[in-house]
Design a protein around this ligand. Structure first.
Ligand SMILES: [Fe+2]
Length: 403
């Protein structure tokens, strides 16, 4: 039976049939799902939902008569106690706190990848159980405030590049999965594939992996072997899903069949492999490294779009662009008002009108007191994307913190 209930009656164990708001207004990948954790309850409250429809055939009723589908014992909580706890669940992390949380997560996830690749070099198995909570945290951060983790993950150091790239690909895969309306479980499997996609690089000799210049033909063959190593390593681990395996092992396949390791063509490449191919390429060309300036994200998206008839699935590229925005969070843009701003928040339905923090006057060539403007409610418009380097603006300082 479908029942519409006010939000204060919602509790763990109920099955959401409808959040009674449009998909873009809430942070969930699906409209229908089980409220099986405190955190989900908290998210619904944070999203400002005032009433929901529940399906009492699939979850608890308002009277507390559950169907036994919840296994974590949360339903054992007395109803009164649970209701009284609800206000505490409204975790109103400020943007500054979201950036701080993302920084810690990015660091921890990079360290995890460092450890996993070290283990692989020592002949040990991939510690899948350690990846699980990290991937959950990446999903949580991305669902809650994607503008924090993505700009941060764009900044990479030479020594940590491979680990940081893995985390970045995982975070981007979450943004991608969300715009494709995938269930959380599927998003998690692709995100795990993103985290582990380059684990085979642990078996590529350092002199080739870290060579600053161009690889010669022989070295390139060795480098390319990492995709096959990844497939073999994941094959050896119990509990790796088909989605994770395909996503990770096919990230260098290309839609025209000119990729590797198998040279799969078109839809012979799994949808998840096609997704990671796009994400991996995007992250590789936008990454800022100590010895290389990344291409501005908007330019990278244009390149991806140009390649979409050969290298990538065209419709997936379009969806990815929708997922990260035409002007992704953390990019520098020039306004028609001749001011420069950092893109802070992007919503899927207003790709050209993100929230921007204006920081610099192009005419006076000087910083201004930062001003946050929602372009969907402003007469000012983005004129172009700009590079941080051209204006001498410190990307690490401005793009990865909320000021
Ligand atoms: Fe790779």
């Amino acid at each position: 039976m479908i029942k519409k209930i006010p939000i204060d009656q919602l509790k763990i164990g109920m099955f959401i049939h409808d959040l009674n708001c449009s998909w873009i207004d809430h942070p969930f990948a699906r409209n229908r799902f089980m409220v099986d954790r405190v955190e989900i309850l908290s998210r619904i409250l944070e999203a400002g939902v005032v009433e929901v429809s529940i399906d009492t055939a699939l979850g608890s009723d308002v009277t507390g008569s559950d169907t036994g589908v919840v296994e974590d014992g949360e339903l054992d909580e007395p109803e009164e106690e649970l209701s009284s706890l609800i206000p505490n669940f409204i975790s109103t992390l400020s943007p500054a706190e979201e950036f701080e949380r993302a920084k810690i997560l990015f660091s921890n996830a990079s360290k995890l990848m460092h450890g996993i690749m070290k283990d692989v070099r020592l002949g040990k198995q991939i510690a899948l159980e350690q990846c699980d909570p990290i991937v959950d945290n990446i999903i949580d951060s991305m669902f809650s405030f994607p503008s924090a983790l993505l700009p941060l993950a764009q900044m990479k150091t030479r020594d940590e590049y491979t680990f940081q790239h893995s985390v970045s690909v995982s975070a981007l895969a979450v943004a991608f999965g969300r715009v494709l309306d995938m269930p959380r479980d599927e998003i998690k499997a692709v995100a795990l594939g993103g985290l582990l996609h380059d684990v085979g690089k642990a078996l590529v000799p350092g002199r080739i992996l870290n060579k600053p210049g161009k690889l010669d033909d022989e070295e390139f063959v060795v480098m390319k072997s990492h995709a096959l190593h990844t497939a073999k390593l994941l094959n050896d681990v119990n509990g790796v899903s088909e989605i994770t395996f395909n996503a990770a092992s096919q990230h260098h396949e290309r839609y025209d069949g000119k990729g590797y390791p198998q040279g799969l063509k078109g839809d012979a490449i799994s949808r998840h492999g096609q997704m990671l191919a796009i994400v991996d390429a995007y992250d590789a060309i936008t990454s800022i490294r100590i010895y290389k300036t990344g291409i501005p994200p908007t330019e990278a998206l244009r390149k991806l779009f140009q390649s979409s008839s050969t290298h990538f699935n065209n419709s997936l590229v379009q969806a990815f662009i929708k997922g990260v925005g035409i002007y992704p969070a953390g990019s520098l843009v020039r306004m028609e008002s001749e001011r420069l701003g950092i893109v802070r928040e992007v919503s899927n339905d207003k790709l050209l009108q993100p929230v921007v923090q204006l920081i610099y006057d192009c005419k006076k060539l000087s910083y201004i007191s930062p001003e946050t403007v929602d372009l969907s409610a402003s007469n000012d418009k983005i004129a172009s994307h700009e590079s941080f380097e051209k204006w001498g603006i410190d990307q690490a300082k401005w793009a990865t913190a909320h000021l």
